[in-house]
Design a protein around this ligand. Structure first.
Ligand code: GRF
Length: 201
């Protein structure tokens, strides 16, 4: 199995995936790391780790979202990617992308969906005064932060937390949950029934 990670920023989740692949905790080849941002630190991490294909394309070089996504999909197909893993990829996927990899795109979101959708989920939950937030891993469909939920973990927001402390606690959970879920997903442990995903065995 070949996986690709798409990231726009720091890439700490990518780093957790790189470590898990090395330790054979994810039984797959991390073949491609792609970013829409030339300066994404994720690209540096991927190069350091020796990922075979480390690629960047900028959306401003394309006439539409669909044209950009078609180019990304062409790259993924060329490299025979089986599973697309979004890890801080800050673009909404067009239907061109979703159709090409339906039920084979995972995303990680730093809140318990459907609460706190969007790009500022950690600070939104913190500012709202939630007492429990968490991490969601879901399949990507045409709606933002909406697809069937594969895995979730809750994270307590403690009275003395700052946003920085909470952010670090959430990332720690992400770095454990994402590799484990990716591996289970690749090994066919999940069955998609409508929008409900059931774990087999
Ligand atoms: C993570 O919190 C993830 O849940 C969200 O974007 C962040 C990416 O962080 N989608 P990193 O680039 O993996 O460090």
């Amino acid at each position: 199995m070949n996986i690709a990670v798409l990231a726009s920023g720091n890439g700490s989740n990518l780093q957790a995936i790189i470590s898990a692949v090395r330790a054979k905790k994810i039984k797959a080849v991390l073949k491609v790391v792609f970013s829409d941002k030339a300066d994404a630190y994720a690209l540096t991490r991927a190069k350091k780790a020796g990922v075979p294909v480390v690629a960047h394309m900028s959306a401003k070089d394309f006439s539409s979202r669909e044209a950009f996504d078609a180019a990304v999909v062409a790259l993924l197909k060329k490299e025979k990617i089986d599973l697309v893993v979004l890890a801080g990829y800050m673009r909404i996927l067009s239907s061109v992308f979703i159709k090409a990899y339906r039920d084979r795109i995972l995303n990680i979101h730093p809140a318990l969906l459907p609460a706190f959708k969007g790009a500022h989920a950690i600070s939104d939950a913190f500012g709202y005064g939630a007492k429990i937030t968490g991490v969601t891993i879901h399949l990507v469909d045409e709606e933002v932060d909406h697809g069937p939920i594969v895995a979730q973990a809750s994270v307590e927001i403690k009275p003395k937390d700052t946003l920085a402390i909470l952010t670090a606690r959430i990332h720690k959970i992400e770095h454990a949950l994402y590799p484990r879920t990716i591996d289970a997903f690749l090994r066919g442990k999940f069955k998609v029934v409508g929008r409900v995903i059931k774990r087999r065995g």
